[in-house]
Design a protein around this ligand. Structure first.
Ligand code: NIG
Ligand code: FE
Length: 440
């Protein structure tokens, strides 16, 4: 089994603290059920499996039944046990699977406000990085932070994510970039995950950039990642995935392949930052069967067919395009129409995307990438689950899956992407644990 952190839910389940939960009077329940196998592609990306006037019953942190409210209330077992069940009247609101945010960088100490001002004054992301800003500007903060302080920061961020409807989070290291500080970052993720009811998928991103002490000697840093950091991270079960930032100014395709090979040799699954600043040919990477390639602002037409045939998810992170002030966004329509399986994530980080709000990522995908609201929902839930190889447990509301749901104070699911910049989520259920204000 992958090194996925299921938080405090196992302990709570043993203590019997995860109660039976019944959600009734759901105006639109987006089950995301589909009869098709595999991640959603093409037309199936907009199939939401909507049930109106719906109810969901959860027991022991799992979904046990899904249907119409009137049928649920007639059920003999439910009638007999109703007193033991926590019941939430959703009063016509919209309920969907908790968002799966499959790309975040939550282990950092400070916002990068100088970079922000420089960009406003006209400098590009790459110019800022070359002048000493960028990822390197976040390293000192992490190296100088204690593990407990970092853990608290990550936990605060996970809680804020849950308040915005996210129940599963992929969390990367990548601002420590030394053996000690990468391990510390991954331990902070694990420590925070243990105190959070949702599910956290940890990713080792030692290959985020070359730290200053290795400047001009990238191969030596890559060798250290592969021969020292990766084996230690795997042995301590600190990560499920390894990631690499393969782009201009970061790691070359050759270096990224070395990272992929070492990760696979150490039993870590693969994902990568690709095509954010410039184009990298994807074919050699697809052979390694990465779970996901992320950003993908630049994709060569010649790679489209291979990408579409593959199980690899293309994860768009339009928060980064927005925050870097780019006019160009990923070509979502081209990829969807070619048959690629696409997901949406926040890329929450202090340099290029300081938002943890999946509703905002959906709004950007709709307005700037011409994804339909229904496509954005599927990309933010079930296809995010595929991007983390957790689709057997996450991303849809179906009997047997984890009880991860989010309720929004809207009548129509399209409003979630429409009311941009705010938070319409009023309640989340994370592995059966209710969080947030109960709607009045
Ligand atoms: O996904 N592209 C690389 N990593 C981040 C940016 C990290 C940073 O600037 O701190 C991203 O956009
Ligand atoms: Fe990122």
């Amino acid at each position: 089994m992958m090194n996925v952190h299921h938080g405090d839910t196992e302990a709570r389940r043993k203590l019997g603290q995860i109660s039976a939960l019944l959600l009734t009077n759901i105006g639109q329940l987006l089950t995301l059920h589909s009869d098709r196998e595999g991640p959603r592609r093409g037309a199936s990306l907009s199939e939401l499996g909507i049930i109106e006037d719906a109810a969901v019953l959860c027991l022991g942190g799992k979904i046990v039944s899904v249907g119409k409210t009137k049928d649920a209330l007639r059920d003999p077992w439910l009638k007999k046990n109703r007193k033991k069940i926590t019941e939430i009247d959703c009063r016509g609101r919209v309920v969907l699977p908790g968002f799966v945010d499959s790309h975040t960088h939550p282990v950092f100490a400070h916002p990068r406000l100088t970079d922000f001002e420089k960009r406003i004054a006209g400098a590009s992301y790459e110019e800022i990085a070359e002048a000493g800003g960028g990822i390197r500007a976040s390293i000192e903060g992490v190296r100088n932070s204690g593990k407990a302080a970092l853990t608290e920061k990550v936990l605060t961020r996970l809680r804020a994510m849950a308040a915005h409807g996210t129940t599963t989070v992929e969390a990367k290291s990548g601002y420590g970039l030394s053996f000690e500080s990468e391990v510390k970052s991954l331990e902070a993720i694990r420590g925070a995950a243990r105190r959070w009811a949702g599910t956290v998928v940890p990713t080792f991103l030692g290959a985020h950039t070359v730290p200053s002490e290795f400047r001009g000697r990238p191969q030596e840093y890559v060798d250290m990642i592969c021969s020292e950091m990766m084996p230690a991270v795997a042995k301590r079960k600190l990560a499920a995935f390894a990631d690499v930032f393969c782009d201009r100014g970061a790691f070359s395709a050759e270096e990224a392949e070395q990272i992929f090979e070492a990760a696979a040799a150490n039993g870590l699954a693969l994902r990568a930052h690709m095509g954010q600043l410039g184009e990298t040919r994807l074919e050699p990477f697809l052979r390694h069967r990465p779970a996901s390639l992320d950003h993908m602002d630049y994709v060569n037409d010649a790679d489209l067919a291979a990408l579409s045939r593959s199980e690899t998810i293309t994860t768009f992170v339009p928060g980064a395009n927005y925050f870097l002030g780019l006019t160009r966004y990923p070509a979502a329509r081209t990829l969807i129409e070619a048959g690629a399986a696409v997901a949406l994530a926040t890329d929450y980080n202090p340099g290029s995307s300081p938002t943890l709000n999946m509703q905002m990522a959906m709004s950007l995908a709709c307005t700037h990438m011409k994804m339909a609201p229904a496509e954005a929902i599927a990309a933010a839930t079930i296809n995010g689950a595929w991007a983390l190889r957790l689709a057997d447990r996450k991303g849809s509301i179906e009997p047997g899956k984890d009880a991860d749901v989010a309720m929004f104070d809207v009548k129509d699911y399209r409003e979630i992407a429409y009311w941009f910049g705010g938070n319409r989520c009023v309640l989340t259920v994370l592995n059966g644990v209710v969080s947030g204000k109960e709607p009045g």
